[in-house]
Design a protein around this ligand. Structure first.
Ligand code: ATP
Ligand code: MG
Length: 468
């Protein structure tokens, strides 16, 4: 089926008390515009309210103030109040400069002098229509693509928009989702967003970091236990899985779950039941499972550290959260967002970043991703003294200096090594003479020889020696 392109003529409202002039214009413009007419202010404003015309041709001198401009200017102001995007073209007498200026000041798009030349009018209208379309498109675009944030996740780059789309799509279902990505990319935020996009959003979101809990505790933490299940189990305790009843269970760092527990978890994923430690009966738990990992689970599988069957249960849908360095302009967008927030928290009147600071932000490789960026900006807001954050506030200049220091040390060591080798060669390996030659003590020479791998056994009595 082919789609028809429907050309919609823009709506143009003609406001003039002279019916003859209106007819003349209608004749000239009807093929390009859908025309509406009004002879006075009440009719004009009624048309504006009903039809929201984007283009208006307005004669300023209307009854009861035919020789003045009060009626026309009142229509202009009210029209722009109702629809700020309207393009109003005012028609004035050729000796009415002051009125034209007043109209432009009040927001008219342009003015045309009487007697109206139709070819000029057509061009002015065409341009106004074009601009109006552009503004309209722009606004739609901004509302759609210019969305800089979704469920607390800041970003407008294509890779993060793909993540937003995935969250919107899988959110409402109950399928398990595996969230992968480097450390600090926002995997937990993605998990929370999925939960909030689901019908479970009013129910608990329970997160457990499988890597942070000692192996011995993880099982009872996840599954809970009955009184007396093990020494120290003084009373019954519910586990995190049970805590997520009707809600979402987020298993962070899933790659760190020990193999034994993986079996138990798999059982839960298969039949949605659990058994508390030491319990005889099973419990049905309705919880949606989200998991996150920053390690390569396929590799873990090949190394026998992760069960393949569990992996396939978890990764029904995988959302790969991109590294910050792949998100282009999101870097500065995120930096500005964090800056505004931190400046507010710390009550500092900061205006933004210097251009150099922005350049440094863009050039940085961000191995620690969004978390690193957030921390750097926090630090910068603390350090900033002026109105703008500089590269050194962010710690970038300092890093460079540290780099210089490192090369300085390396070259000094190289020179030291050369001098020691030379002295040893010259003296035929005689420690005392080489030390004298170098102007250092013998114990120091031994230290240098050891450091640079030119080892010569040190005599016992010299081992307690001092430095230079
Ligand atoms: N797109 C984003 N917009 C706003 N804040 C973000 C965004 N991504 C991450 N953050 C913030 O960065 C920090 C790290 O995010 P999060 O803890 O979700 O990362 P992670 O991928 O789970 O990291 P890890 O693998 O180290 O656990 C949090 O403070 C989070 O709020
Ligand atoms: Mg995390």
């Amino acid at each position: 089926m082919s789609e028809k392109v429907i050309h919609i003529r823009p709506v143009l409202l003609l406001v003039d008390d002279d019916a003859e002039i209106r007819d003349q214009m209608k004749w000239a413009l009807a093929s390009d515009y859908q025309l509406l007419e009004a002879p006075d202010r009440p009719t004009a404003l009624a048309r504006v309210r009903d039809a929201m015309p984007r283009l208006i041709l307005l004669d300023l001198g209307l009854p009861p103030d035919i020789d003045g401009a009060s009626e026309g200017l009142a229509i202009l102001r009210e029209t722009l109040r109702l629809n700020p995007m309207a393009k109003v073209i005012v028609i004035t007498g050729n000796s009415d400069r002051a009125k034209a200026v007043a109209a432009i000041e009040s927001g008219a798009y342009d003015f045309i002098e009487k007697p109206v030349q139709l070819d000029v009018l057509k061009i002015v209208l065409q341009r106004a229509a074009y601009l109006s379309n552009l503004e309209q498109d722009n606004r739609v675009f901004q509302e759609r693509a210019g969305q800089n944030e979704f469920e607390g996740i800041v970003g407008s780059s294509a890779p993060i928009q793909t993540v937003f789309d995935m969250i919107r799509r899988v959110g409402p279902s109950d399928v398990p989702v595996l969230i992968t990505g480097e450390s600090g990319t926002g995997k937990e935020l993605v998990a929370q967003a999925i939960h909030r996009q689901s019908a479970r959003k009013g129910e608990p979101f329970v997160a457990i970091n499988c890597g942070a809990i000692p192996e011995t505790l993880l099982e009872s933490e996840l599954f809970g236990y009955e009184k007396g299940a093990f020494t120290g189990a003084a009373q019954q305790r519910k586990g995190r899985i049970e805590g997520a009843q009707h809600g979402t269970l987020f298993l962070d760092e899933i790659g760190d779950i020990p193999l034994g527990l993986q079996v138990k978890l798999l059982r839960f994923l298969q039949d949605h039941t659990i058994q508390r430690l030491g319990a005889k009966e099973t419990l049905a738990v309705d919880a949606r499972i989200l998991a996150a990992t920053n390690v390569d689970l396929k590799k873990a599988i090949s190394e026998g550290r992760f069960r393949e069957d569990l992996y396939y249960r978890l990764c029904v849908v995988t959302i790969a959260v991109p590294a910050l360095s792949e998100r282009g302009a999101d870097i500065t967008l995120l930096a500005r967002t964090f800056l505004t927030k931190c400046a507010e928290d710390q009550k500092k009147p900061l205006k933004g970043f210097t251009p150099e600071a922005l350049e440094a932000l863009i050039a940085h490789p961000w191995p620690g991703n969004v978390r690193e960026l957030e921390n750097k900006v926090k630090r910068a807001v603390l350090m900033a003294e002026g109105k703008y954050v500089t590269p050194s506030n962010l710690g970038f200049a300092e890093a460079d200096q540290a780099g210089d220091k490192a090369t300085l040390r390396a070259s000094r060591e190289q020179r030291e090594r050369d001098l020691v080798r030379l002295a040893m060669e010259k003296t035929g390996g005689n420690i005392s003479r080489a030390a004298t030659e170098l102007g250092i003590s013998r114990p120091t020479l031994y230290q240098l020889l050891a450091r640079y791998g030119m080892k010569k056994e040190k005599p016992m009595e010299e081992k307690a020696g001092g430095g230079v």
